[in-house]
Design a protein around this ligand. Sequence first.
Ligand code: GLU
Length: 400
Amino acid sequence: MELLSKTLARVKPSPTIAVTTKAQELKAAGRDVIGLGAGEPDFDTPQNIKDAAVAAIAAGKTKYTAVDGIAELKQAICAKFKRDNDLDYKPSQISVSSGGKQVLYNALMATMNPGEEVIIPAPYWVSYPDMVLLAGGTPVVVEAPLEQNFKMSAEQLEAAITPNTKWLIFNSPSNPTGAGYARDELKALTDVLLRHPHVWIMTDDMYEHLAYDGFQFCTPAQVEPQLYNRTLTVNGVSKAYAMTGWRIGYAAGPEKLIGAMRKVQSQSTSNPCTISQWAAVEALNGTQDYIAPNNETFVRRRNLVVKALGAIEGVTCPVPEGAFYVYPSIAGLIGKTSQGGAAITDDEAFATALLEETGVAVVFGAAFGLSPNFRISYATSDENLTEACKRIADFCAGLT
Ligand code: GLU
């Protein structure tokens, strides 16, 4: 009998994790590697948040908690939704998990049946389609190319909806492109969803606070209140508060769905780390003053990278509205050969040769469902970014 499940055979390991691990291994082996693969802020977690965690330990808050979060954190999350998004939720509508990733996973595990479809605009975050597959559903990918600024149109959404559509997964600002939907662009999508009352909306708002050049973040239930009862609004503390390793994500939605997600979590991981939950209370209730200066740093780095990559022949690098990613096209480089003799047949070959020959780790576009591109996470120092862009430029100039 085959050891591994047929369901697992349908999915692949996370490519973002794979690239990050590879870069760490090469570094540990003494190679001069600049890792632009991992999507996490390089800033330290703010001191007030660390202090709250230490205080929680000192006070003995180290035991199991309610499966989907302590009351204090649920209150803080309700206050956050009111403050930032003008959305009213009760604590009974809130679920807290070990990262946004587990929130999404719980929701899909709680709702998907064989034959049901999930619409996923591409480029997408690597884990959406594989989570849908793990939950037994069918991903329906809608390509939103660079010419559309990586944003799905209302017509594309309308055309993708079938009687079997269960969810649309929406993500703005986006991982991997940084593209953000303006209110009117999002309204065009919510207007389509109003006409299809059987479709639910899972919105991944993880990059909400990383918005630049005056871009106004908005979320589906806020733009179209009539969708409130079929929207799961997902967020977390990882990106805005530099807390990736603390693993706290959360969601708000209808009680029936939140209860089903609680059931999944009660039979898998139980509560997210107690100490991290207390740290997240402080992140949400405490000062938000460091978000703006952090964003100034991100804008400076984004501009540095866009300028450097945009100057390379064969590379097209749009200016994103948010997150800390750029997603340049390398259409002009496909078919060439590197100095090291690698045939650049696609974006995976490009990323592999780039790492081998220059030590710069990026994630290839096929992982995100739209090629030929690659993703850079610019959440690292200006020095690293300057050196990495120079190496990429030299690598590209050496292609023949
Ligand atoms: N969201 C991050 C990324 O895309 C974290 C890694 C992951 O879980 O995919 O790099």
